[in-house]
Design a protein around this ligand. Structure first.
Ligand SMILES: [Zn+2]
Length: 480
């Protein structure tokens, strides 16, 4: 009996393996070969962007590295789109379908780190790729190039676009690109993000809005004649207290943060100016907007209490991601075809060291392909300007393991992994999984129709309206 069970088990496994091999079509094999062919160059590009670690809207060299490589591969590149010097679109092919992929490349200030598993900055006080956007940009470029090679070889017909999207970490560059109509002719968009796990991502993100509140008072000697002073920092403190009291009376899905940017200069002057950056989030834009209105209104109350003037200025705001499960299913199938990323003993040891240093269980890497998750009503977590893209074109999201399990994100630990083979493996995997998913869309128009139908249904009557102030994007030191 035992022998029979073993035999049946072997039979099942063999049939399973055979079926899996069979599913990898000629074109998919060609995509994988193409990514492997460009692997060295993609890693070089990612490492260069990693070393440069250029922050929001300052990513001049990082954007150029990606744009010029695309150009060298035969893409037509349009630079400086949507009034942003570091935004670009690389296009190859013609006609439909038009399938696009997003590439980010901005770093985060203050978290510079060497490619080693203990904290040690590469440049003291410098920026670092704590969200893995060096991998994000290069991985997406790899997918676009692999598809381009199939179009070039006459195996598929249509257009592939690679969007170079700047400033994801601050200001959210994609909003201005969406507003400029850059996705209007695109059928389906694909995106990925480095992560501590691998999944076809069918969870939304949080909608948010950023705004600045300034208070204007009257300076005076803090001891000599304080009765002549009206303190802008009193107003700021009262305002922050108001937000903190309000926390008790918002839904659990709401998040409110602030960053005090200016609270006065010295102790012996009643401050006549203060400034605070406020962020309000909720799992849905519809929930976020009334909270935003209320928190804006509080500035007036604080100003009355401190007898000062105030000004509220919108910075920008983003939508939550509109999930597409039909697209997610296709990505899931391709992840199952590829199987999990495999790691060397050195890589696992690197991961465990990071877990040890950051006080996490030392369990190493998690790259298992799990079943497609249910889409949660309130996903929690962060926000992304991919949300704005997803309300204008159906979007498929992927996460790929590029750091050990439980790694604190936006930290030196992610920077460390992004500059060595753990990050590189995640990036190369993303190129393969995304190009395979794109191929399915090129080869099967019915899938595109299904994805579009779901998009239409989920979007419903919502008319997209970018949350941005009037005028051009906030490029620092813009040449007039
Ligand atoms: Zn990110």
């Amino acid at each position: 009996m035992k022998r029979l069970t073993t035999f049946i088990l072997i039979l099942f496994v063999s049939v399973g393996l055979y079926a899996q091999k069979k599913k990898l079509s000629k074109n998919k094999k060609a995509l994988i070969a193409s990514v492997e062919k460009h692997k060295k160059e993609l890693i070089r590009i990612s490492d260069e962007i990693w070393r440069l670690a250029e922050t929001a809207f300052e990513e001049t060299n990082s954007a150029e590295i990606l744009a010029s490589y695309a150009e060298k591969q035969g893409f037509k590149v349009e630079r400086g789109v949507a009034e942003m010097p570091t935004a670009f679109v690389a296009t190859y092919g013609s006609g439909s379908p038009v399938i696009s992929v997003l590439g980010e490349f901005d770093a985060l200030p203050g978290i510079s780190q060497k490619a080693q598993p203990t904290k040690s900055p590469l440049v003291e006080g410098g920026a670092g790729h704590g969200c893995g956007h060096n991998l994000f940009g290069a991985g997406s470029l790899g997918a676009a190039i692999a598809i381009k090679e199939l179009i070039e070889a006459g195996k598929i017909k249509g257009t592939v676009k690679f969007f170079g999207t700047p400033s994801e970490e601050k200001f959210f560059g994609k909003i201005w690109m969406v507003n400029a109509g850059l996705w209007d002719d695109v059928d389906v968009n694909i995106s990925w993000h480095p992560s501590a796990n691998t999944e076809s991502d069918v969870q939304s993100s949080l909608a948010l809005v950023d705004f600045k509140v300034e208070f204007f008072g009257q300076a005076a000697h803090a001891a000599g004649d304080p009765w002549n002073g009206r303190s802008a920092s009193d107003a700021l403190e009262l305002y922050a207290s108001g937000i903190n009291y309000y926390r008790e009376h918002v839904r659990p899905s709401v998040r409110m943060h602030y960053h005090i940017q200016d609270g006065g200069q010295v102790v012996n002057v009643v401050p006549d100016y203060s400034r605070i950056w406020v962020r309000v989030r909720d799992s849905k834009r519809s929930g976020m907007l009334p909270v935003y209105e209320r928190v804006k209104e509080m500035a007036k109350g604080a100003a009355i209490l401190a007898n000062v003037d105030y000004k509220v200025s919108l910075i920008s705001g983003i939508y939550e991601v509109l999930v597409n499960r039909e697209g997610g299913k296709i990505m899931q199938q391709n992840l199952e075809l590829l199987g999990p990323i495999e790691y060397t003993d050195e890589e696992i040891a690197f991961g465990k060291k990071i877990q040890e240093v950051t006080n996490k269980p030392q369990i190493g890497m998690d790259a298992d392909i799990k079943p497609l998750e249910k889409t949660k009503e309130n996903p929690g977590g962060g926000s992304t300007d991919v949300g704005d893209v997803s309300w204008n074109v159906p979007n498929i999201n992927l996460r790929v393991t590029s750091a050990p399990k439980d790694t604190p994100w936006h930290s030196w630990a992610v920077v460390a992994c992004g500059g060595m083979s753990i990050g590189h493996k995640g990036m190369i995997y993303s190129s393969k999984a995304m190009s395979m998913t794109m191929l399915d869309l090129f080869e099967n128009p019915k899938l595109v129709e299904k994805i579009k139908a779901e998009y239409k249904e989920r979007k419903g009557k919502e008319v997209y309206k970018a949350i941005i102030p009037d005028g051009p994007p906030p490029i620092p030191n813009r040449k007039k």
